[in-house]
Design a protein around this ligand. Structure first.
Ligand SMILES: [Zn+2]
Length: 174
């Protein structure tokens, strides 16, 4: 079987402008790809109409959290923030990640090596864009957070939760 060279795949993913390979330099400036075409049939405890979500979140957070979009890399203030505190869901306020597990993956999105609690972040297989990825959503409201990759970048778990900053809020440690 013919092997696809890893750099070919990296280039492909970088050009596609979706969360995937960790590219430390150079990035697509037109990252408007959306993970559309998938329906989550789970029922979440926080329920709102699309219009209510749009009002609450504003356009960009609505596009990412509710329409499973991806924010442009290197645009979130949280990507380079290293203060102690807790990252919560921007949709419903549920606690998701601790600053203690945040690390610099160089991907352009806030990255964590584990969630605060497995019950708070739900993982869903995502085969969109011809890739085999695992989407992560908030278990409280079903809001799209990003993807988790088992690529060894995040130590000690080997996992990299690549999260859209616009999907998060931050509660500073008192
Ligand atoms: Zn939520």
């Amino acid at each position: 079987m013919k092997q696809v060279k890893p750099w070919t795949l990296t280039l492909f993913i970088a050009l596609l402008g979706v969360q995937g390979a960790c590219v430390s330099q150079g990035t697509s400036s037109t990252n408007e790809a959306q993970d559309t075409g998938r329906k989550d049939t789970m029922t979440y405890k926080i329920q709102k109409t699309e219009e209510e979500w749009r009002q609450l979140l504003g356009d960009e957070a609505y596009r990412v959290l509710r329409l499973k979009g991806t924010e442009r890399p290197f645009t979130s203030e949280f990507e380079t923030q290293w203060e102690a505190g807790t990252y919560v869901c921007n949709g419903c306020g549920q606690e998701l990640f601790s600053s203690e597990t945040k690390f610099d993956a160089g991907c352009g999105w806030p990255s964590f090596y584990q969630s605060m609690d497995k019950s708070k972040v739900k993982e869903i297989p995502d085969l969109s864009h011809g890739m085999n990825r695992v989407e992560v959503v908030c278990s409280g409201c079903g809001g799209h957070l990003g993807h988790v990759f088992n690529d060894g970048y995040g130590q000690p778990t080997g996992l990299r939760y690549c999260i859209n900053g616009v999907s998060l809020g931050f509660v500073k440690k008192p």
